[in-house]
Design a protein around this ligand. Structure first.
Ligand SMILES: [Zn+2]
Length: 304
């Protein structure tokens, strides 16, 4: 077990026995789901990893947060350990970076920046305060002493000339969106098992998650952020049934939470005869509806 894995398990708040029990219970549920979906495996007593689609024994699988624990995810799926450790940790960092920035913009926490004040370089924390605006605090231990002393001296003497700042974001837009797609896919797998994961459209989503340089399906149209989600969420996700032109799909509503929270979505295909139209319709829909709004959601549409 790698260090990353150990750190994640500590955050789950479970002891090793509880983790083993939860893992074994989920394994049995998924074995049944595998048979129900009509899938067969070469070896007995294995599952197909929902991400790399390879057969794995119980001891090769681990509990994985569908939404990373670093942004308060609390729902688990089973994936193989390599899938969990490699791209999982990479994509997790984009969701965490996005939420840390959102926190800072709402006045909770700071964003690390590089300052360049007339050639004097310093590391600083940029903080936002709702009433006072932006201010910068130089991080002494990450800055050469002569540089910050010189900056301090000239600023105290009344120097008000502008300076340059470079922000180091903890995420990229594509990284954030692939991370949301992965969370949405794993939440669907957790809820619907192989009935969902064994379909051609789910396979395309899986390939997109596993291959960050792939360009289809279009991750930009399948994921996004809600500005004013009408329902308050006390769980890390909600599934909502919806349709575009009669093609049914699921909105997976994803909550990212650190000091503050943001609500996102990933659109996921459902198995039915018009599934092959789903990606093109989602793309068309995103072009004409840059802002996603929901009004009067009937309670019957929400699957908890
Ligand atoms: Zn795997």
């Amino acid at each position: 077990m790698g260090r990353y894995q150990e750190r994640k398990i500590r955050k789950m708040g479970m002891n090793p026995d509880q983790i083993a029990t939860a893992k074994a219970a989920l394994f049995l549920v998924l074995r049944k789901s595998l048979a129900d979906a009509g899938l067969t495996t070469v070896a007995d007593d294995v599952l197909i990893c929902p991400l790399c689609w390879k057969e794995k024994r119980l001891d090769e699988l681990s509990l994985e947060h569908c939404i990373p624990g670093s942004v308060s995810g609390e729902t688990f799926a089973l994936t193989c350990t390599p899938c969990n450790n490699t791209h999982g940790s990479k994509l997790d960092s984009h969701l965490k970076g996005y939420q840390a920035l959102t926190d800072a913009l709402k006045g909770k926490g700071a964003v690390r920046v590089r300052m360049n004040d007339a050639g004097r370089r310093a590391a600083a924390n940029m903080e936002f305060e709702p009433d006072k605006g932006i201010h910068f605090k130089i991080v002494g231990k990450a800055t050469r002493e002569d540089a910050w002393k010189s900056i301090k001296k000239s600023r105290e003497a009344g120097d008000t000339s502008p300076f340059k700042v470079t922000m180091q974001l903890g995420h990229t837009i594509v990284g954030l969106k692939v991370g949301l797609l992965r969370a949405g896919y794993l939440l669907m797998f957790r809820r619907f098992g192989y009935w969902f994961a064994s379909t051609p459209a789910a396979a395309q989503i899986r390939d997109r998650i596993m291959n960050p340089s792939a360009i289809v399906p279009d991750v930009m149209s399948l994921t996004g952020e809600f500005r004013d989600f009408p329902v308050s969420l006390d769980t890390d996700h909600v599934l909502i049934q919806a349709d575009i032109n009669g093609v049914r799909f699921i909105f997976v509503v994803i909550r990212l939470k650190r000091e503050t929270e943001s609500i996102h979505f990933a659109m996921m295909p459902l198995p039915h005869e018009r599934q092959n139209e789903f990606f093109a319709l989602a793309e068309q829909h995103a072009k004409h509806n840059p802002v996603m709004t929901f009004e009067n959601i009937p309670p019957s549409a929400i699957i908890l």
